[in-house]
Ligand binder design. Structure first.
Ligand SMILES: [Zn+2]
Length: 209
């Protein structure tokens, strides 16, 4: 039903947390997955670590998920200031859309409260007018989350998601970045549809051709 999938991540680790299991599954199924991060969040790097560490970490993490290196695209928008760059971000998205021609776009939930995440969801909604769009879950940021689409995961997909998230050593200490959190959330979402593991998404726009 869809072959080319585009993941829009405000910051380098958002795609892995939001939909790493589904990415891993889709790569296994032979779909083309592209990962775009709009900031490598240099300002969030702890003292004493190289400023470009998140760039290396996203390269490792996306490799664990099976995304080819050429399908990883990084922009350098300043973290927490995305709302000031809305138009530029929109134009980058439109250009990417013309190049990649995705059939499915993933972005943060419309109910995400982080200003950078909001910018990516809102501009993504505008940029990919003719495309199916689903929102991924970031429980730490979401005011609410509508679970009306599920992707069933196998143990290996959850394991790769955990491994990918572990690549972000510079972000160690985030409560949602632990193995038990990731596994528990996958179990909760799986339980909603009577399977062991799943990731849940909200359907923002579904286009049937
Ligand atoms: Zn983020």
């Amino acid at each position: 039903m869809f072959r080319r999938v585009l993941i829009l991540a405000p910051h380098t680790d958002d795609g892995e947390f939001g939909c790493g299991g589904s990415i891993s599954k889709w790569v296994d199924e032979g779909r083309e997955v592209y990962y775009v991060a709009f900031s490598s969040a240099e300002r969030s790097v702890p003292e004493g670590m190289p400023k470009d560490i998140l760039k290396k970490e996203v390269q490792e993490a996306t490799k664990v998920l099976g995304i080819p290196p050429n399908n990883l695209i990084l922009f350098e928008y300043p973290v927490r200031e995305f709302p000031s760059y809305r138009q530029q971000i929109l134009e980058d998205m439109i250009r990417l859309g013309n190049e990649i021609k995705p059939e499915l776009v993933l972005l943060p939930s419309i109910a995400d409260t982080h200003q950078d995440h909001q910018t990516i969801s809102q501009e993504g909604f505008r940029a990919f007018k003719k495309t199916s769009i689903i929102g991924y879950e970031m429980p730490y940021n979401n005011l609410s989350f509508t679970t009306n689409l599920f992707v069933i995961l196998e143990e290996k997909h959850v394991a790769r998601k955990i491994e990918a998230c572990k690549c972000y050593k510079s972000q160690f200490g985030r409560i949602y970045a632990t193995e038990s959190f990731i596994r528990s959330l996958a179990r909760v979402r799986g339980t909603q549809i009577g399977v062991e593991y799943a990731e849940a998404f909200e359907v923002i726009r579904w286009v049937i051709r």
